[in-house]
Design a protein around this ligand. Structure first.
Ligand code: FE2
Length: 299
């Protein structure tokens, strides 16, 4: 089976792409780049990749999809076959769409929970060096993708099985937490790794998410960079979804901010990278070693 190697990009659909781009630069320290100049689109660069966050104009605000990398055209064709064999409808991206993503080719499909995902190959680094709009020395991405996404999967078992058996994701942690309110099930988050050392590139949450995303995570290389971003966000009066804290499973020290369009971004440092040949998936009942006091927007 061909496994997906890393999360290469995410696409956000926004009524006001420029406001998300400004949040990405001024608050998160990313770099605004012109991308391919597609009308109304905004692009954020984090490293040597042409860009990592693509913001497309839309009539509502939502997470569109993640884009997962494979090595080459043969691997992409093999993944498309794996998906079709599992009964998925696989649609090749157009040349125009590939150009927006700065990839050679991609396909898209939906997981059993209805989340769109894209699989691509051929994304050359570009010649533009990354320069942070603030003071980020480096986003931690090399060989491990841009970060992670957590997507809604109320039909957890079916969706988990799809990512594990059709796309080759491995289990990292199965986190079980109490019900967030009376009359709803306990919370469960299944953390999965792609074919790279990052503790998880994907997680599945057993509750719906109105805008298509539970949260996305980006990682920086210094603790002070997290603190300074938190200062900027607090000074700007942008709401947090969670205070600073450290996760048990991937050791990430992070906070969560509610970006434009309700897109929740975890901004972290010190995430674990693992050797999967010497790893036993964990089952846990504690999310945090300290902190991460959540303030759910829906409550
Ligand atoms: Fe996270």
């Amino acid at each position: 089976m061909i496994k997906l190697s890393n999360l290469g990009y995410v696409i956000l659909s926004m009524q006001d792409p420029a406001s998300w781009q400004a949040f990405g630069t001024d608050m998160l320290g990313m770099m605004a780049v012109p991308g391919n100049g597609a009308e109304g689109h905004c692009f954020l660069k984090m490293d040597e990749a042409p860009h990592r966050i693509i913001i497309e104009p839309a009539s509502d605000d939502r997470f569109a999809c993640g884009g997962w990398e494979v090595a080459d055209a043969n691997a992409l064709a093999a993944v498309a076959k794996q998906l079709e064999a599992a009964g998925c409808t696989v649609t090749p991206g157009t040349a125009e769409e590939s150009d927006v993503r700065a990839v050679t080719a991609f396909v898209h499909t939906n997981d059993p929970a209805g989340n769109r995902l894209e699989v691509f190959h051929g994304r050359a680094s570009d010649a533009t060096p990354f320069t942070s709009a603030t003071d980020v020395n480096r986003f931690v991405t090399e060989g491990i993708g841009l970060g992670h996404i957590v997507v809604p999967a109320p039909n957890m078992d079916e969706t988990h099985d799809f990512y594990a058996s059709v796309l080759g994701f491995g289990d990292s942690d199965d986190l079980n937490l109490p019900a967030p309110a009376e009359g709803v099930p306990p919370m469960r988050i299944r953390f999965m790794h792609a074919d790279n050392p990052r503790h998880h590139s994907l997680a599945l949450f057993n509750f719906p998410a109105e805008n298509g995303l539970v949260h996305m995570m980006v990682e920086v290389d210094e603790l002070d960079t997290v603190g300074k971003a938190l200062d900027r966000i607090n000074a700007a009066g942008i709401p947090l979804m969670s205070s600073l804290g450290r996760h048990c499973n991937d050791n990430m020290l992070s906070f969560y901010v509610i970006g434009p369009g309700g897109i929740i971004v975890e901004y972290g440092w010190d995430g674990l990278q693992l050797d999967w040949d010497n790893f036993e998936p964990t089952v846990s009942t504690e999310g945090d070693t300290w902190g991460h006091h959540y303030n759910m927007p829906s409550e």
